[in-house]
Design a protein around this ligand. Structure first.
Ligand code: SAM
Ligand code: DTB
Ligand code: SF4
Length: 336
């Protein structure tokens, strides 16, 4: 892969304190989250379904379309990511997309019935001039009548405010994994950096989209640790993407053992129970997932998907395949 940016490698950092999840005063002490994870499967799903139906129509699923507006060449070393300049994955580094190209993608997403358009950039953190350009892209999405979401890396307070002023509805910034597992996956930034950006997004009045990735070799206790971190954010995120690792050749995690699909379903169910009013998104990994497992995820309380044949750089089920799955399950798409 061609790197367009110099690579800055910082020394590995100490584990950050993150949110308090280890004592009984936390809304969701980690032990309690782990206890949910360990319930008999049928009991866990029953509990998740009850919570889901208290807050949502269980047959309605939100559809968000992703677009990589600036691909590859990222200076961060995230072990899962095909866009890191540290890994040789064949992803070409590109420039930030122009408004016309984005407008076409937004119109196409709108035509097939997506209600949110999420623009991702392979940046550690945007420059102020990037924020000006992305603000124009946000207006393109808003002018088309869709919800706008961005994921651009770490933000300053001023940048978060500028994105809010441009009309941004959601900002995606994932905690990715449990605090103690973080250093195994990423060395170039730490957990506290992620939490600080989430605070700035929240303070700017933008809705928070934050979740993580499972299937990176973590333990069940570490999956519980991730969910506890998210559920103890105050308030917890409005959108919670749960990604099943897409194992990309050339990344350090290419050969990670595949997570048992039922463990993935458990993670969705626990996210639903601990964050009852959030949209829990069955995110990356659906291309490799059977219809039966996806159906179990919806049963466990997932009520959002990425819709369209591409995630950022990897494949997602195409619209026809998802429409057929919705028809089979009697699911309908959420309106704005
Ligand atoms: N660079 C920005 C950042 O990291 O915050 C935004 C883009 S980044 C690609 C967005 C998210 O995609 C990551 O936080 C990670 O959770 C997810 N992601 C990246 N590669 C993935 C993979 N191979 N499988 C599953 N999720 C992945
Ligand atoms: C999220 O949690 N998952 C999406 C979105 N937020 C930006 C990204 C998934 C990326 C999967 C790998 C790729 O396609 O490059
Ligand atoms: Fe860069 Fe984001 Fe990929 Fe990490 S996940 S390498 S920050 S694009």
């Amino acid at each position: 892969m061609t790197a367009v940016h110099p690579i800055h490698i910082s020394a590995p950092r100490a584990a950050a304190p993150a949110a308090r999840t280890d004592d009984a005063t936390a809304r969701w002490p980690r032990e309690k989250v782990l206890a949910l994870m360990e319930l008999p499967f049928n009991d866990l799903l029953w509990q998740a379904q009850q919570v889901h139906r208290q807050h949502f129509d269980a047959n309605v699923v939100e559809r968000a379309t992703l677009l990589s507006i600036k691909t590859g060449g990222c200076p961060e070393d995230c072990g899962y990511c095909p866009q890191s300049a540290h890994h040789d994955t064949g992803v070409e580094a590109g420039k930030l997309m122009e408004a016309d190209e984005v407008r076409q993608a937004v119109q196409a997403a709108k035509q097939v019935g997506a209600t949110r358009f999420c623009m991702g950039a392979a940046w550690r953190s945007p420059k102020d001039r990037d924020i000006e350009k992305v603000s124009k892209l946000i207006r393109v999405v808003k002018d088309a009548g869709l919800e706008a979401c961005c994921t651009l890396g770490m933000l300053t307070e001023q940048q978060a405010q500028a994105l809010k002023d441009a009309g941004l509805d959601y900002y995606n910034h994932n905690l990715d994994t449990a605090p103690e597992a973080y250093g195994r996956i990423i060395q170039t930034r730490d957990y506290q950096d992620r939490l600080d950006t989430l605070d700035r997004v929240r303070d700017a009045g933008i809705h928070v989209c934050s979740g993580g990735i499972v299937g990176m070799g973590e333990s069940r206790a570490e999956r519980a640790g991730l969910i506890a971190q998210l559920a103890n954010l105050d308030p917890y995120p409005e959108s919670v993407p749960i990604n099943d690792l897409v194992r990309v050749e050339g990344t350090p995690l290419a050969d990670a053992p595949k997570l048992d699909p039922l463990e993935f379903v458990r993670t969705i169910a626990v996210a639903r129970i601990t964050m009852p009013k959030s949209h829990v998104r069955l995110s990356a990994g659906r291309q490799q997932m059977s219809e039966a497992v996806q159906a179990l995820c919806f049963l466990a309380g997932a009520n959002s998907i990425f819709y369209g044949d591409k995630l950022l750089t990897t494949d997602n089920p195409d619209v026809q395949r998802d429409d057929a799955l919705f028809a089979k399950l009697g699911l309908t798409a959420k309106a704005i």
